[in-house]
Design a protein around this ligand. Sequence first.
Ligand code: COA
Length: 344
Amino acid sequence: MIPNELSLPLPPAPPVGIGVAMTGCGSSVPEVCVDNDTLSQVVDTSDEWIASRTGIRQRRLASPEVSLTTIATTAAQNAIEMAGVTPMDIDLIILATSSADDLFGSAGRIQAELGARRAVAFDMTAACSGFVFGMVTAAQFIRTGTYQTVLVIGADVLSRWVDWSDRGTCVLFGDGAGAVVLQANESDRLLGFELCSDGRQHQSLNLAYKPEPKALVDGVTIAHGTYHPVTMNGQEIYRFAVQRVPEVIEKVLYRSGLTADQVDWLLLHQANQRILDAVAQRLHIPLHKVISNLAHYGNTSAASIPLALDEAVRQGKIQPGATIATAGFGAGLTWGAAIFQWGR
Ligand code: COA
């Protein structure tokens, strides 16, 4: 029997405010770890090539029994616990992903697994920018006073969508999930943001549908195909990232009334160490302020920022009040940045 949600007890009303604070984070990765040497049994590559061009040394890959929902739910539970809220406090769940278990969306299943019965849940796709886009979307709902407590999850299992015979792409990606809880707060900890897209360059990085004509009845032909694996023009994406990411961060810093030397941590989408270094250099941010964990996980797409955030917070590197400049970039093409202070 479907319970009558209106009869469920409401949680105590949290303080109403127009500010947004990030009060919890969590992450989860599959157990199976594959290093570069092992990958050289799959494609013609080497640890030396992958590490020197990307900084990646190993990645986690999801076994068949592991679903996106499983790792996303665990990441979400960890974030909820750190925030000190309960699943019933959550008003909205945004799942940023490009590799949902179900094309109709996986957020609803995560909602069910969490027991977040008061929440509304939906998927959102902006590839590797998905987490930043999700976080900014969540903040709008909070700032309008519509919702008080929002869970934003970034999760991807791109190992299911790469071409394992294409050494130019398959070595880059890994699977994982990260999540944050955003809450209404008296002080606004989201200092600024900017989201961008340029569909004219969409062909540089694709996971596109490949239509196969299927004659249904006389005179009616529809498309009934499958998805291509990930295709990428690596050099175009590299150029795009090192130009657009510093640009958008500089813009958001300016709008936030901050300068780059006031940034405590630069937390970029973990695509490639060379991109991280080039962006930091252009912003004159010293490398010791750059959060990097891609050596262990590769590019986990929408998961990479909350996964790296969670590790840095749990290691005690990121302290309450720290000013973080974050930026996502990737397919679409999409890119975006946000400056926020960790904690209430
Ligand atoms: N192992 C060994 N050799 C490889 C290889 C691999 N995994 N992948 C490609 N190569 C070879 C190429 O075949 C090419 O060989 P050739 O010169 O004999 O033709 C050579 O290495 C150089 O390839 P190229 O593609 O020019 O390398 P690159 O210096 O541009 O580095 C990337 C490739 C992918 C590492 C780099 O372009 C990059 O990081 N781009 C950004 C990608 C990214 O971050 N995407 C996700 C964004 S969200």
